[in-house]
Ligand binder design. Structure first.
Ligand SMILES: Nc1ncnc2c1ncn2[C@@H]1O[C@H](COP(=O)(O)OP(=O)(O)OP(=O)(O)O)[C@@H](O)[C@H]1O
Ligand SMILES: [Mg+2]
Length: 318
């Protein structure tokens, strides 16, 4: 079965594109078929991280219906089992997509014939980002050990919970108004979690409310802490996990701990992914360990995943 893996972050520049490129290669090296999709609409640069020239039709062609299928956009990456779908910097309209367009796109992404489809998203908590992040219950949330990055990661999780509930009810409905009021009144650390609130909605309106509650309960994103310098940096990830559990009612699993590695900057400048350029570098080793973990996890049902498991890579930190 295909696994769709959106890669998001609350703050920009934390390493989503570098991670997506290197993780995709690592998964392909493990024998998996992988499609990497540049969904950072308006600021696409995944091709640079992969060392591919940006001269192919991208997602804009699909959005504007010049291409009828996503498969028509697949580009060979020059590596076995690894394919690429370019983004689009040339069509500014793609930066704001209608929900119906996103729904159509998500459906096709989920149907691409591959073991893994990784989506490199833009930064932040805009609905474009959040809707693609929610395309799978098990997206990756990348953060680096800075308080602003952790706070923005929390905002992304919170907006995701809010958006999931909002999307469940039609415009103008009483439930929608309740979701908006709940989110507007909610102060951090006090009162009901989003999950408690969803339970209340489900009790009042079992059909749509029940679906919203089920979707919220299924949410199980994974955190990737990138650019870590010392093992204590993991503390920030655990803090984010605890705050999310308390205020939102769900928590991201802490899945990977990747080290700050000057080789990453050099590899980006040379347009050669570090995992190929220097496979023994600390970052490349960390990404390979994470890929191995992802594969093992994909073969294990989501609800059997322990949330307090240690992230891959912590043992390498100095
Ligand atoms: N582990 C690392 N060690 C050292 N530098 C890193 C590491 N990860 C990322 N970087 C640096 O951060 C830069 C930004 O990375 P990248 O473009 O992947 O971030 P991004 O999250 O995709 O940004 P955006 O939000 O703008 O799309 C890289 O060019 C690289 O210089
Ligand atoms: Mg990026």
């Amino acid at each position: 079965m295909q696994r769709l893996v959106p890669v998001a972050s609350g703050k920009g520049g934390v390493g989503k594109s570098v991670l997506t490129a290197n993780l995709g290669i690592a998964l392909a090296q493990l024998g998996k078929t992988v499609v990497l999709v540049d969904l950072d609409l308006g600021a696409s640069n995944l091709h640079t991280c992969l060392g591919i020239k940006n001269r192919h039709a991208g997602l804009g062609a699909y959005v504007w219906k010049a291409e009828r299928t996503l498969s028509a956009l697949l580009v060979e990456s020059g590596r076995e089992r690894l394919w690429f779908i370019p983004g689009d910097n040339l069509l500014p309209g793609t930066a704001n997509l209608e929900w119906n367009t996103k729904r159509r796109l998500i459906k096709e992404l989920a149907a691409l014939p591959a073991d893994y489809v990784l989506l490199d998203l833009g930064a932040g908590s805009s609905y474009n980002v959040v809707d693609f992040f929610l395309a799978s219950p098990a997206g990756l949330l990348v953060l680096c050990p800075e308080i602003t990055s952790v706070l923005n990661a929390y905002s992304l999780l919170k907006t995701s919970a809010f958006r999931l509930l909002l999307r469940a009810f039609p415009e103008g409905s009483e439930e929608r108004a309740r979701v908006l009021a709940f989110s507007g009144e909610k102060t951090e650390g006090s009162g009901q979690s989003f999950l408690d609130f969803a339970r209340e909605l489900a009790a009042r309106e079992p059909e749509r409310g029940g679906q919203a509650l089920a979707a919220l309960t299924r949410l199980s994103p994974s955190m990737v802490l990138n650019r870590a310098r010392r093992s204590e940096d993991a503390e920030l990830g655990y803090r984010l996990r605890d705050i999310s559990r308390k205020n939102l009612g769900f928590e991201p699993a802490f899945s990977a701990f990747l080290l700050e590695d000057e080789g990453v900057q050099r590899s980006v400048a040379l347009r050669r992914p570090l995992i190929e350029f220097d496979p023994d570098s600390p970052f490349a080793r960390g990404v390979r360990a994470f890929a191995t973990r992802l594969v093992a996890e994909t073969e294990r049902p989501l609800d059997e995943r322990p949330s307090d498991e240690r992230p891959s890579g912590t043992a390498q930190a100095s």
